[in-house]
Design a protein around this ligand. Structure first.
Ligand SMILES: NC(=O)c1ccc[n+]([C@@H]2O[C@H](COP(=O)([O-])OP(=O)(O)OC[C@H]3O[C@@H](n4cnc5c(N)ncnc54)[C@H](O)[C@@H]3O)[C@@H](O)[C@H]2O)c1
Ligand SMILES: O=c1ccn([C@@H]2O[C@H](COP(=O)(O)OP(=O)(O)O[C@H]3O[C@H](CO)[C@@H](O)[C@H](O)[C@H]3O)[C@@H](O)[C@H]2O)c(=O)[nH]1
Length: 446
C-alpha cells in the first residue's frame, strides 16, 4: 500500500517505520522542521529501542521517506494515517485542534480515493467530525477508519510488529477489510467494529489499566499498615487468569503522555453526556496522592524539615527505556523538593535533556552517573526502574552517601540486596523489607 503518516511523534514514527518494514511504501510527514531534518539525516528525534536501525533500513530499501510537505505526501496515496497529538486542555478534555488542522490539510491535498484513518486517541465522535471536516472541503471520495493505537513507549517497535490485537472501526466494509488485511501479517486478532466503539475501546483500555495500577497502589498502602507484602499479594492475585499479573506493580503511580491525559479525557467524555464516572475520578485521585507519598516519607524521616538537605533522584522519565518525561511523577516530586529548599542531585540514563527542557534548572544539580548523583546525599529516591539501577551494589552506594537513606519508589531492591547494609530503606507496600523505618505491626483484632 502507499501510506502517508501525518505526525512523526511516538505513534506516527513507529507506525510509519513498521509499515515500511512490512514492505509498504511509506511517507512520514511532520511540520516540525527539526524532526524532519533529524530523520532525513538518518537520526531519530526520540529515544525508542530498535527504531533508528529500522528507519535506516526502510530508507535504504527505498520504501520509507520523510517530508514536511503534507500535500505532496498525500497526493496519490491509498491510506492517510493521522497520528498528531491530542494533548489535554486545562479542563482535561482532549485538544482536537491538531486533528482538525491535519484533516483540513488532508482534504485540500486529496487527489483521488483514499482511506483516512485516525490513530490518535480521540473522543467518541471525532472520526465523524474529521469526516465532516474533509467532506466540507472536497468532493474527492474517501472512507474514514478509526485505528486506535495501543503501543507502549520503550517497547513500541515490538508492540507494533507483534500487537495483542488491532482494532479497526469503520462503517465501510470494504475500507475495514483493506485495513484489516494490512494488519493480518502482524496478529490473528484483528477486530473489526463500528467507529464509536473503536474510539471508546481505546479510552476504556487505558482507563482499565490505570485502574489496575491505582488499585494495587491502594492495596500496597494498606499492606504497609497491616504487615503484608504487596509483591506477594500481586503475584498470588496474578495466578488467577481472570486477573493476570500485568500492571500490578505498586509504585509511585502512573505517568506519561497517555494514562493521565486519557483518564481525565474519559471523565470529560462521560461528563458531556451527564454521566459521572466516579470510579475513574478515584483512580485519578489515588494516583495523584501516590506520588506524594515519597515526599511525605522523606519528611517523616527528616522530622518534618527538608530545607538544607541534599536528595539524590534516580530516574526522570515516566518509565524506563524512554526519554519521554510528559507527566512524569519526577516532575512533581522534584518540584516539591526544590520548593522545600532541598538540593536535588538528579540522574537519568537517557531523559535528562528532555526533563530539563520541561522542568528548567532551578534547584537541581544534573549528574552524569548514578553514583555521582548519590555523592554526599542525605537520601536517595529511586523514581524510575531503569535496569542499571537494579544492579547497584548497595554497600558501595552507602559509602558514597552522607546518610544511607533509600526510598525505593519502584520496589527495585530485594532483601538480599540490602543484606549487610545500614540503609534506612523504604519501598512501596513491603513493610517487612523496610530497614530503619520498620514500624511495629499492630495486633489485628476485629
Ligand atoms: N505516545 C504513546 O505511547 C501513544 C500510544 C498510543 C496512542 N497515542 C496517541 O497518539 C497520538 C499521538 O501521540 P504522540 O505521543 O505520538 O504525539 P507527539 O506529540 O509525540 O507527536 C505528534 C506529532 O505530530 C506533529 N503534527 C501535529 N500537527 C501536524 C500537522 N498538521 N502536520 C504534520 N505534523 C503534525 C507534531 O509536530 C508532532 O511531531 C495522541 O493522540 C496520543 O494520545 C500515543
Ligand atoms: O504495573 C504497573 C505498570 C505501569 N505503571 C506505570 O504506568 C505508566 C504507564 O506505563 P505503560 O502503560 O507501560 O506505558 P505507556 O507507554 O504510557 O503505554 C500506555 O499508554 C499508551 C498510550 O495510550 C497505550 O497505547 C498503551 O497500551 C498503554 O500501556 C508508567 O508511569 C508506569 O511506571 C505502574 O506504575 N505499574
Amino acid at each position: 500500500m502507499k501510506i502517508a503518516v501525518i505526525g512523526t511523534g511516538y505513534v506516527g514514527l513507529v507506525s510509519g517505520i513498521c509499515y515500511a518494514e512490512l514492505g509498504h511504501s511509506v511517507v512520514c510527514v511532520d511540520k516540525d522542521p527539526y524532526k524532519i531534518a533529524t530523520l532525513q539525516s538518518g537520526g531519530i528525534p526520540i529515544y525508542e529501542p530498535g527504531l533508528e536501525a529500522l528507519s535506516r533500513k526502510g530508507v535504504a530499501a527505498g520504501n520509507l521517506r520523510y517530508t514536511h510537505d503534507l500535500a505532496e505526501a498525500v497526493r496519490g496515496t491509498d491510506l492517510v494515517i493521522i497520528a498528531v497529538g491530542t494533548p489535554p486542555l486545562p479542563g482535561g478534555q482532549a485538544d482536537l485542534s491538531y486533528i482538525d488542522a491535519a484533516a483540513a490539510e488532508i482534504a485540500d491535498a486529496l487527489t483521488g480515493y483514499a482511506i483516512v484513518a485516525v490513530k490518535s486517541t480521540v473522543p467518541v465522535g471525532t472520526n465523524e467530525r474529521v469526516r465532516e471536516l474533509i467532506r466540507a472541503r472536497t468532493d474527492v471520495p474517501f472512507d474514514s477508519v478509526s485505528l486506535p493505537e495501543f503501543l507502549r513507549e520503550g517497547s513500541a517497535v515490538r508492540d507494533t510488529l507483534e500487537p495483542d490485537r488491532v482494532v479497526v472501526g469503520a462503517d465501510s466494509p470494504a475500507a475495514a477489510e483493506r485495513i484489516a488485511e494490512l494488519h493480518r501479517p502482524l496478529t490473528k486478532q484483528v477486530m473489526v467494529t463500528d467507529i464509536r466503539s473503536a474510539e471508546m475501546l481505546k479510552y476504556a483500555s487505558n482507563a482499565f489499566l490505570a485502574t489496575k495500577i491505582s488499585f494495587i497502589n491502594e492495596i500496597a498502602n494498606i499492606c504497609e499498615k497491616v504487615g503484608a507484602d504487596v509483591s506477594e499479594v500481586a503475584a498470588g492475585m496474578g495466578l488467577d487468569r481472570r486477573i493476570g499479573t500485568a500492571f500490578l506493580n505498586a509504585g509511585i503511580g502512573y505517568g506519561g503522555s497517555c494514562f493521565p491525559k486519557d483518564t481525565r479525557a474519559l471523565i470529560q467524555i462521560a461528563g458531556h453526556v451527564e454521566y459521572e464516572f466516579k470510579l475513574l475520578r478515584s483512580v485519578v485521585e489515588v494516583n495523584q496522592d501516590q506520588r506524594m507519598r515519597i515526599v511525605r516519607k522523606l519528611e517523616t524521616i527528616f522530622g518534618g524539615e527538608l530545607r538544607g538537605k541534599t536528595v539524590a533522584v534516580w530516574g526522570l522519565s515516566f518509565k524506563p527505556n524512554t526519554d519521554d518525561v510528559r507527566e512524569s511523577p519526577a516532575l512533581e516530586i522534584i518540584r516539591h523538593l526544590a520548593d522545600s529548599g532541598v538540593v536535588v542531585r538528579a540522574y537519568d540514563p537517557i531523559a535528562t535533556a528532555s526533563f530539563r527542557g520541561l522542568f528548567g534548572d532551578g534547584g537541581v544539580v544534573w549528574c552524569e552517573g548514578a553514583l555521582e548523583a548519590a555523592r554526599g546525599a542525605d537520601a536517595l529516591c529511586l523514581l524510575t526502574e531503569w535496569e542499571e539501577f537494579a544492579g547497584t551494589d548497595l554497600r558501595v552506594l552507602q559509602e558514597t552517601m552522607r546518610r544511607p537513606i533509600l526510598i525505593d519508589g519502584r520496589n527495585v531492591f530485594k532483601e538480599a540486596d540490602l543484606a549487610g547494609t545500614a540503609f534506612v530503606y523504604y519501598s512501596i507496600g513491603r513493610p517487612s523489607l523496610n530497614q530503619g523505618v520498620r514500624e511495629e505491626m499492630p495486633i489485628l483484632q476485629y
